[in-house]
Design a protein around this ligand. Structure first.
Ligand SMILES: [Zn+2]
Length: 61
């Protein structure tokens, strides 16, 4: 097995925001989608909480 210099590999290729996987415009779009998904998931989670859980977590109704 031949070792290659680390510089041949894109940075954070295994992460969701993987550098090298997207050009800038695509990366921005992917990040926006990811934020929207996270926000929707959060709203969904909050909707399932009881009032006491919301109070405990400091989430206002
Ligand atoms: Zn692109």
């Amino acid at each position: 097995m031949t070792e290659k210099p680390i510089t041949e590999f894109p940075r954070n290729a295994s992460t969701a925001d993987g550098r090298g996987a997207y050009c800038r415009p695509c990366h921005a779009k992917a990040a926006k989608r990811s934020r929207e998904r996270a926000r929707a998931k959060y709203a969904e989670m909050v909707a399932l909480l009881s009032p006491s859980d919301r109070a405990r977590l400091g989430i206002a109704d």
